[in-house]
Design a binder for this molecule. Structure first.
Ligand code: AMP
Ligand code: TRP
Length: 326
């Protein structure tokens, strides 16, 4: 069986360093080895409240982010989920073989149920079925994501297995691909993962200006003993910043601790801010250049979608044949 990589991100606000260090870094590595499809999953993003005008803009911005981060259209296909209705067709079919109990115990459903009590719609529950369809539609077997997505990958494998048992072998087994640090914590709440939904001072956006980066890192939550060392239990804030420093510089944690042995948090934070500013600057410059070329970006997407559609249609035909609809 040949390898194919699939991953997706919702267009719902700015990308942050958690998305980058926790998932996208692996996209860039994998595209050097395997064919890849990277999706802007707009249908997923409308399962929570949204503004249509902003949504249109967010989709464009995310396409810009993908390209500026280094997704190479010669190697990878970029698609917009809603342009390929096959995702929804397969999702419906998979939904009919997915027991409700499997969906009700998914952790993201439980937390979204709490968060969106006034907007508790069917989409929130069936969200992971659509995600399974995204992946299985292309028979992708490698899925680079952050740690929070693991329950969804497990569910995808359960659904695929059940389909194969009921209608004959169709789908491969999926392997999640995690980065070395697949859970980046929030700047002002280092016990929870960094997240857009926890407010602007919780995350560092990839498009944040130098001034904002300096200010956010400076005010990131730390303890008060001024000792730089890795101790996730007692020192989650400093441990998170240390691991971000390590991921951006490739210096080992030990090397960094030694370097700052007698220097204290202020110096460490100020150096870290400059490192991040420098590391993000090629992305930010490229993004600026690409933002003047909407025609070029649309062309890349429509080319990607043409190629993806061929695979999607073939899988859907096979599935419909197997279940007696063709
Ligand atoms: P989201 O922004 O929640 O749509 O996530 C897009 C991708 O980034 C998914 O693969 C997530 O697992 C990953 N991701 C989001 N937040 C984090 C985080 N704080 N640490 C690591 N990975 C993350
Ligand atoms: N659920 C993912 C997230 O919130 C986004 C997503 C949708 C996805 N479909 C996917 C990720 C398929 C990987 C593969 O981040």
């Amino acid at each position: 069986m040949s390898n194919l990589v699939f991953s997706g991100i919702q267009p719902s606000g700015q990308l942050h360093i958690g998305n980058y260090l926790g998932a996208i870094i692996n996209w860039l590595e994998l595209q050097e080895k395997y064919p890849c499809i990277f999706a802007i999953v707009d249908y997923h993003s409308i399962s929570v409240p949204f503004n249509p005008q902003e949504k249109r803009q967010e989709i464009k911005e995310l396409a810009l982010d993908f390209l500026a981060l280094g997704i190479n259209p010669k190697k990878s296909q970029i698609i917009i989920q809603s342009h390929l209705p096959e995702h929804l067709e397969l999702a419906w079919i998979l939904g009919t073989i997915t027991p409700l109990s499997w969906l009700e115990r998914i952790p993201t459903f439980k937390s979204k149920k709490q968060q969106h009590q006034q907007y508790l719609n069917l989409g929130l529950l069936s969200y992971p079925v659509l995600m399974s369809a995204d992946i299985l539609l292309y028979k992708a077997n490698l899925v680079p994501v952050g740690e929070d997505q693991l329950p969804h990958i497990e569910l995808t494998n359960q659904i695929a297995k059940r389909f194969n048992q009921m209608f004959g072998k169709t789908f491969p087994e999926i392997k999640p691909i995690l980065t070395v640090q697949s859970r980046i914590m929030g700047l002002n709440r280092p016990n929870d993962k960094m997240s857009k939904s926890l407010g602007k001072s919780n995350y560092l956006a990839l498009t944040d200006l130098p001034k904002t980066i300096r200010q956010k890192i400076k005010s990131a939550t730390t303890d008060s003993d001024n000792q730089i060392k890795l101790d996730w239990e007692k020192k989650p804030g400093i441990s998170n910043l240390l691991s971000i420093y390590h991921l951006f510089t490739k210096k080992t944690i030990d090397q960094i601790c030694q370097q700052y042995q007698n220097k204290g948090y202020a110096q460490f934070k100020s150096d870290l801010a400059e490192i991040i500013i420098e590391q993000l600057s090629p992305f930010q410059n490229k993004r600026q250049r690409l933002s003047n070329k909407p025609g070029y970006i649309n062309k890349i997407i429509s080319n990607g979608e043409k190629k993806a559609k061929k695979i999607a249609q073939a899988t859907l035909r096979e599935v419909k044949q197997k279940i007696g609809l063709l």
